[in-house]
Design a protein around this ligand. Structure first.
Ligand SMILES: [Zn+2]
Length: 284
């Protein structure tokens, strides 16, 4: 039997202070003031409505802004992002979490996967910034929840259930790019959970969700650092106050609105290049 009794110096070992893995002061700094100035006179160029319990694709040109809003009431959105012309470069939820924390906020970036690892988008506004952290440790807009999917559902219930964000995202990408469902599915990845209120329980460390605090009209807005293809699912869990793959939850649409700045507003700003690591993976 493994000896799991606490050693004599257990308290000393537990008292070691944590170290932030990735201090934010070393990250490339977004040009926040220039973004704000450019946004002030930007004009709407596109709009996509995601119907309840479905997903839709949208495109955003580098240097434009896109706003995700819930016009009719609290609705969780599961967001996938790709480089518009290269599906291999996709949103890296895990590294975004490691760099910025379990939930993202204004000024944080959404980073792309290896070997690209560059900012895909920067959060420029969040009407839910007031929420902060609640008494349960819940926060809004997580990069921990992966997405609701039919495989986990089947494992837990033995039932086939198709109304999940994973299946919604798969179908929407397949329709947009004329891929088979299995081809499209291979590109679907861990999401940003827009408007979702989540955390980990203190005692058991389990992932929890609670009803989204979003009100009709709440929004989160991003600056597109590169040309983007987005896929957004209006989660069948609605506000995710009860369950996240559900025929019973009240669901609402999500809006994606794109705004393009006027000419000259982004002078001096450039889309970030791919990560500059040599990719040799071994010393010379
Ligand atoms: Zn979902």
């Amino acid at each position: 039997m493994t000896d799991t009794s606490a050693p004599a110096d257990a308290d000393t070992r537990r008292a070691v202070a944590p170290v932030i893995c990735y201090p934010n002061d070393r990250l490339p700094v977004p040009k926040t003031e220039q973004y704000q100035t450019a946004r002030a006179t930007a004009q709407q160029t596109a709009h996509t409505q995601v119907p309840p319990r479905q997903a839709r694709c949208f495109y955003v040109t580098a240097g434009s802004f896109f706003r995700i809003s819930c016009p009719d009431g609290a609705q969780v959105g599961d967001l996938n992002l790709f480089a518009a012309r290269n599906l291999e470069e996709r949103f890296f939820s895990g590294k975004t979490r490691a760099l910025h924390g379990s939930h993202v906020k204004q000024g944080d970036r959404l980073w792309s996967c290896l070997p690209y690892l560059r900012p895909m988008a920067t959060i420029t506004e969040d009407s839910l910034a007031w929420y902060g952290v609640d008494e349960f440790g819940g926060r809004v807009h997580d990069v921990i929840g992966t997405r609701c999917d039919p495989y986990t559902h089947h494992m837990l219930s033995g039932q086939d259930y198709h109304n999940t964000c994973h299946s919604n995202l798969t179908r929407a990408l397949a329709d947009e790019l004329h891929l088979s469902l299995s081809e499209a599915e291979a590109h679907i990845h861990d999401v940003l959970n827009v408007f979702m209120c989540t955390g980990f329980t203190r005692d058991s460390g389990q992932y929890f969700m609670k009803a989204s605090p979003a009100r009709a009209g709440d929004y989160i807005e991003f600056f597109a650092e590169i040309d983007l293809l987005g896929v957004l699912s209006a989660c069948p869990g609605g506000d995710c106050g009860a369950e996240h793959s559900s025929d019973a939850a009240q669901c609402h649409p999500l809006d994606v609105t794109v705004f393009a700045p006027k000419a000259g507003q982004l002078d001096g700003w450039y889309a970030p290049s791919n990560n500059r690591y040599s990719r040799r993976h071994a010393p010379e």
